[in-house]
Ligand binder design. Sequence first.
Ligand SMILES: [Zn+2]
Length: 164
Amino acid sequence: MNKKGHVLNAILLSIGLGYVLEPSGDVATFEKIAQISVPIVLGALFPDVDTAFGKHRKTLHNLAVLGIVAAYPLVFNNLHFVWIGVVTHYILDLMGSKRGIALFYPWDKEFALPIGVATSSKYADLVTVIITAFEVAAFAAVHFYVVSLDINVAALAAAFGFGV
Ligand SMILES: [Zn+2]
């Protein structure tokens, strides 16, 4: 997926997640969207840095990178919500385009789902919107039934005895 697709995906996902985390629809919802949108957009842009540094769709498109980004809130108490942008970038590359990504890099094999459309397709934006809707539903399910996405990670890290 191209940069426009990733930004569109991240903005729509931020709005959807804003309503999931603060469903009131008033100021609290818009504050939540403001809080999470820039980190999610930044996270969604990050993996394609490997077009300039490393191998594209490999060096920054794998689960180890996701794990490192996701650990930052716990270890350093910063980069909250950026991991969601990285996740959504991977999902969009897996689902929204023909080529896959090397999820287990340095193993070079690229994984893809057989349902993608070419990034240049006129349907690319529509596919992005549909994928985003599924992502909002999936994150909402995790948030309501598994673990809150809006926990105080600093307190959590302290409870487990790490963090700086
Ligand atoms: Zn990518």
